[in-house]
Design a protein around this ligand. Structure first.
Ligand SMILES: [Zn+2]
Length: 717
């Protein structure tokens, strides 16, 4: 009866909570999406709540068995006692132990993934967790909770003696009940104790096959990784060791086209800028995606590679387009997923059950949550993907007999809100930090960020650096795993980023894709390791300009994949290993993406064309599992409003369409990497030459655009 009432109450809470909650993106509730929940997803809310209730009921049942067994152990052990109050105390003590152990374990969950709890707990709680995180580890708390449960197996402990006036040597243990206590502790340990990543990895034949002539391709991208962090001495030792490897070539002036995840990935895969791929923002509707993106992935697939994508929350792009991946292990961006996540996080006392190592496989929506983005979860997925690949490779069919792997691994944790797990969220923080960005920080859409003081800015940078550190540690263990499996040496390994990140430099706020000034968001690392001794790059450092669109043709060439479409003009991807003279004189084009807010005094808000904020921009596509998309009526407005830039030689030209007309800026990127000194007025010749080159380039990548006064305007606007 109690259990039924409990489950019913929970179900009602879940449904009510889901109906009241609006999905949030980047920490901001999106009101235009709230109505869709009731209409399209009542079942997601109900089913997820039932799942949470079942998981909790299971854990409660296990604790119930423990309390029954432990009290029995204690009663039998003190059988001969004449103490009449004994029956009550034998229940109180095991219950106290059980509750204490559960609270310890639950608290460990909050210390490990605190960002998961913030929306559902009182404001004082995060502050306590932050302080305590400097002194304890989640593993220690879980162990303590489990050890407490073993107490009834040791009748000699002091408070057992209170129950029995006899010497403990005369105590009779009920071994059957005692073993049940032990069994329960084992089950709870299975649920809660963290496992080392990749534990399921078995021996893999990929690396040792004598007939394997083609190298594997391991393409690792770190979301929001800035070049300056890789250059900071000793900060990211695994990535730096990879860069300094004798078989690695490092590209020093590498630039992305659109500093936002989805369009940037499509550019990397296709070897073409967004204006040509027609994926120019994060929320492309079905018409823009309903085709085969026939870039490097599909070429690898057609050439016999087994193609695999592995990612966490920022990798929600991979299930949304068809690029030729055989296997995609990444979450999707659907309204149903957001609803399930909300429910999984709604009961903070039970969140540790839902996120525990034993249970998380049943709550897959959490994989799409930034608050649960631990890089080590990806190591498990890589292990699974490689195991599946090696099983395929062992099949005696000629088609798969020597199938090499093409793995795209995309780490999200350094993307805002930078919510890495313990100990990374506090690794670079000050212990006396006063809050409120204890564990995560999204860009503010209400322009509040303009008022942050230095302590807050330091904390945001500390969270970002901690997130990078968690990725570097994971990268180190990934390299070790790949070496152990014999895959590393015969692989081409690429490490890069989809864009960088602004962290309050030069009066600019936080995030990426809002503007084109400075190196922070446009300039990222690119490192390519060839199989030992096979590099055909002339030097270990490439000092010229390279672009993210060059990656695909370069990978194709290095792996000997034929027929990657050749560049027809300067702003299409080129093979960086070709040694051609064109490669030493490339120009890099970039453009901004969506502005989610229209407020604030930061320069790009004052120098832009106006359109609504995120609440009105987005809608969902009921025809395609509730995917969140840009409202189609804003597509063309978005293109007209984009800032654009071209970097060539020492110079960067920025084009900004504003209400007062088009504004051009010119920067010397070598002597002014932050782009603080606009030289447009004092260098008219350079400005004019850069403008011609820029406009000629735009004409190539966007042939249907026309000029209206100075504005670049898409067809049909
Ligand atoms: Zn990204």
């Amino acid at each position: 009866m109690i259990v039924r009432a409990f489950l019913l109450a929970l179900l009602l809470m879940g449904v009510q909570g889901a109906l009241n909650s609006q999905p949030s993106l980047f920490g901001k509730k999106v009101s235009s999406l709230g109505a869709g929940i009731v209409k399209f997803y009542p079942d997601a809310a109900v089913m997820e709540t039932l799942k949470v209730a079942l998981a909790m009921a299971f854990v409660f049942a296990v604790y119930g068995i423990w309390i029954a067994s432990a009290s029995r152990v204690w009663r039998v052990a003190s059988r001969e006692s004449k103490n009449v109050r004994l029956p009550r105390s034998v229940y109180i003590l095991p219950t106290t132990v059980a509750v204490t152990s559960y609270l310890l374990i639950a608290f460990a969950g909050a210390v490990e993934y605190p960002a998961l709890y913030e929306s559902a707990v009182p404001a004082f709680f995060p502050a306590i967790v932050f302080k305590i995180s400097f002194f304890t580890s989640p593993g220690g708390l879980v162990s303590l909770g489990l050890i407490l449960l073993l107490i009834p197996l040791f009748p000699g402990v002091p408070f057992f003696r209170v129950l029995s006036s006899r010497s403990w040597k005369k105590i009779h243990l009920d071994w059957w009940q005692a073993s049940r206590c032990l069994g329960v502790a084992v089950v709870l340990a299975w649920i809660f104790v963290p496992r080392p990543p990749g534990e399921s990895i078995s021996a893999n034949p990929l690396g040792h096959r004598p007939d394997l002539t083609r190298p594997n391709i391991i393409w690792i991208a770190v979301d929001s990784l800035r070049l300056d962090r890789v250059d900071r001495m000793g900060f990211l030792p695994a990535i730096q060791a990879f860069r300094d490897n004798l078989d690695t070539v490092s590209f020093r002036r590498h630039h992305v086209g659109v500093p936002r995840t989805f369009p940037s990935w499509i550019e990397m895969i296709q070897g073409r800028y967004a204006a040509e791929t027609n994926v120019r923002h994060m929320f492309p509707g079905f018409p823009a995606r309903d085709r085969e993106f026939d870039g490097i992935v599909s070429l690898a697939q057609k050439s016999g590679y087994r193609t695999v994508a592995v990612s966490d929350f920022a990798g929600d792009i991979f299930p949304r387009f068809s690029a030729g991946f055989d296997v995609v292990k990444a979450p999707g961006l659907a309204l149903g997923t957001l609803i399930r996540q909300n429910i999984d996080q709604m009961f903070p006392l039970f969140t540790p059950v839902v996120t525990s190592p034993g249970m998380r496989r049943f709550f897959t929506s959490l994989k799409a949550s930034p608050a649960f983005a631990a890089p080590r979860h990806l190591e498990d997925l890589v292990g699974e993907a490689l195991d599946e690949t090696s099983i395929e490779a062992q099949k005696p069919s000629p088609a798969t007999a020597s199938q090499p792997v093409f793995l795209a691994l995309f780490y999200s944790t350094a993307h805002f809100p930078y919510s890495a797990p313990w100990p990374y969220y506090r690794a670079y923080s000050s212990q006396g930090y006063p809050g409120p960005f204890w564990f995560q920080k999204n860009p503010s859409l209400s322009a509040d960020d303009q008022n942050l003081d230095q302590a807050q800015i330091d904390q945001v940078r500390a969270l970002y650096d901690g997130a990078l550190k968690s990725i570097d540690d994971s990268f180190a263990s990934l390299v070790a795993t790949l070496r152990a499996r014999g895959i590393w040496d015969n692989s081409i390994v690429v490490l890069t980023a989809d864009h960088g990140e602004d962290l309050f430099e030069s009066g600019i706020l936080q995030g990426h894709g809002d503007h084109l000034r400075g190196d922070q968001t446009l300039r990222v690392p690119l490192m390519i390791k060839m199989p030992a001794g096979t590099s055909r790059f002339p030097a270990r450092e490439f000092q010229g300009i390279s672009r993210s669109i060059d990656l695909a043709p370069t990978m194709a060439s290095l792996a000997g994949l034929k027929d990657f479409p050749a560049a027809r003009h300067e702003l299409q991807g080129m093979d960086l290993s070709s040694g051609s003279t064109r490669i030493s004189d490339l120009a890099a084009y970039s453009e901004t993406e969506i502005w989610f807010s229209r407020t604030g005094s930061v320069f790009y808000q004052k120098n832009r064309l106006d359109y609504p904020g995120i609440s009105q921009l987005l809608t969902f596509d009921p025809g395609h599992s509730g995917e969140i998309i840009l409202n189609p009526k804003y597509e063309k407005m978005l293109v007209v409003s984009k800032h654009r830039s071209l970097i060539h030689g020492n110079w960067k030209l920025i084009y900004m369409p504003t209400r007062q007309g088009v504004r051009y800026e010119l920067y010397d990127v070598i002597n002014d990497p932050a782009n603080e000194h606009n030289l447009a007025a004092s260098n008219r010749d350079v400005l004019s030459a850069m403008k011609s080159r820029f406009l000629a380039g735009v004409k190539k990548i966007e042939p249907h655009a026309r000029m209206m006064d100075d504005f670049i305007v898409p067809e049909g606007f």
